[in-house]
Design a protein around this ligand. Structure first.
Ligand code: FMN
Length: 187
C-alpha cells in the first residue's frame, strides 16, 4: 500500500522466550491494512546512561540507531512487561538515553502501549509509569482502548509463542484500528 503508516514496535523484554515478544509478533495479523510494522533494533547492549559517556564519546552507535528508527516511524508501539511494578530497567535506560538528544525522537510521536505479564494486573502499573516518562519528553500517547495481557502464560502458548486468547485478540484489533486513526490525525 502506497500510503501505509510505518509503525515501529519496541519490545521491553530481552528474554528469548518473552511473552511480550510473542505479542509483538501477533500484531500484523490483527492490524488494519494501513499499518506496516517494523521491529526496533535492540537496546540490549546500551551502556547504563552516564552523562560522562555522552560528554566524552557522544551517543553510542546503537543508541543513535534506535533513535533513528523512532524518528523514521509514523508511530511507535511499546510492548513491555512490568518489573517490580514499573518499567524494565533496559527500556527505561533506552528512553533516558534518547531523552538527552537535542532532537528527542519521541517528540510529537504517536505512541501506543501494550503489556503482557504473568501477574494479575497485566502490566498496568508499568504502563502508567511509561505514560509519565514519555509525556515528559513530549510523546503523544494513545488513550483507549488499553491492552493489558494478564496471566500471559494462559493466553500465549509457551512452545509456539502463539497468542491464543480470543478476547485479547479482539481488544488488540480495536486498539490497532484506533491507533491507525490516531496516527493519521496527529500527522
Ligand atoms: C525482575 C522482575 C520483576 C517482575 N515484576 C513483576 C511485576 O511487578 N508485575 C508483574 O505482573 N509481573 C512481574 N514479573 C513477572 C513478569 O510478568 C514475567 O516474568 C513475564 O514473563 C515477563 O515478560 P516477558 O515474558 O515478556 O519476558 C517480574 C519479573 C521479573 C523478572
Amino acid at each position: 500500500m502506497a500510503d501505509q503508516l510505518k509503525v515501529l514496535v519496541i519490545c521491553g523484554s530481552l528474554r528469548k522466550g518473552s511473552y511480550n515478544a510473542a505479542l509483538t509478533r501477533a500484531l500484523p495479523a490483527l492490524a488494519p491494512p494501513e499499518l506496516a510494522f517494523t521491529a526496533a533494533p535492540s537496546f540490549g547492549n546500551f551502556p547504563h546512561y552516564n552523562a560522562d559517556i555522552q560528554n566524552t564519546s557522544g551517543f553510542p552507535a546503537d543508541v543513535n540507531a534506535w533513535a533513528d528508527a523512532i524518528r523514521a516511524a509514523d508511530g511507535v508501539i511499546i510492548v513491555s512487561p512490568e518489573y517490580n511494578w514499573s518499567i524494565p530497567a533496559g527500556l527505561k535506560n533506552a528512553i533516558d538515553w534518547v531523552s538527552r538528544m537535542k532532537e528527542i525522537p519521541f517528540k510529537d510521536k504517536p505512541v501506543a502501549l501494550q503489556s503482557a505479564s504473568t501477574g494479575q494486573v497485566g502490566g498496568a502499573r508499568m504502563q502508567y509509569h511509561l505514560r509519565m516518562a514519555l509525556t515528559s519528553i513530549d510523546a503523544i500517547i494513545f488513550g483507549r482502548p488499553e491492552v493489558f495481557v494478564n496471566f500471559a502464560a494462559k493466553k500465549i502458548d509457551e512452545k509456539t509463542g502463539e497468542l491464543t486468547d480470543e478476547p485479547t485478540k479482539d481488544i488488540i484489533k480495536q486498539q490497532l484500528a484506533g491507533f491507525a486513526k490516531f496516527i493519521a490525525k496527529v500527522k
